[in-house]
Design a protein around this ligand. Sequence first.
Ligand code: 1Q0
Length: 214
Amino acid sequence: MADVDTDFNLKVVLVNFKQCLSEKEEVLMDPYLTGWKGLIKFLNNLGAVFAFISKDVLTKVQIMEKFRNSEQKENYFSLQSMVKYEISNNLVDFQKRADHPDSGCRTILRLHRALHWLQLFLDGLRTSQEDSKTSSLCTDSYNIALATYHPWLIRKAVTVAFCTLPSRNAFLETMNVGTPEEAVEMLSDAMPFIGQVYQLSQKLFEENALLDLP
Ligand code: 1Q0
């Protein structure tokens, strides 16, 4: 019988982002959320200091799962159908959170920015020297992708959490895909798909003026 824990590895999680890409160049919601749930498990394994982050991501995934289990589920089949549906039915708050504080668009926007962080961080990990500091890789990616959107207190807490991260090789080993070299190879294969998911979503949000939703 398969051992769930040893079978669970980052490759299995990242494959979900490949499965997000439809032939029509849409980003499919279910594999997107499954990918995020896998990432949450990794985040939980990194220690209690990351609990406040994983809790926030989980809340956002649950908001989206609720839409996917509602009568409107077909409208949330892809990021593209969600944007079309929510905008044409006035379900998005553009100025401040009011009538629709937890719209799919604003919720996915947060995950989308976090995916950018992940893309930069995993690419940094993949291409860095063996003795590189994961805390610096993490901070650099965070400053580019997310810091602008977070208040001072969160930025501080995040920086403290980063200092507890393991070394680059230990990190690569936690991915559970073999040696650090094998992990780097797996990342090289998987990263283009994350990149495509990010680009397609970015284009969608940009074209619909959704990049600054409160
Ligand atoms: C590897 C360490 C992971 C570090 C994660 C870096 C990102 C820090 C993000 C800090 C979020 C702080 C909590 C709350 C913030 C919210 O205010 C904010 C905005 O939402 P809202 O509703 O208030 O407008 N939320 C967000 O910006 C969402 C942030 C999500 C961060 C998602 C981090 C993704 C982590 C992925 C797992 C990493 C696994 C890497 C591979 C592991 C290999 C062993």
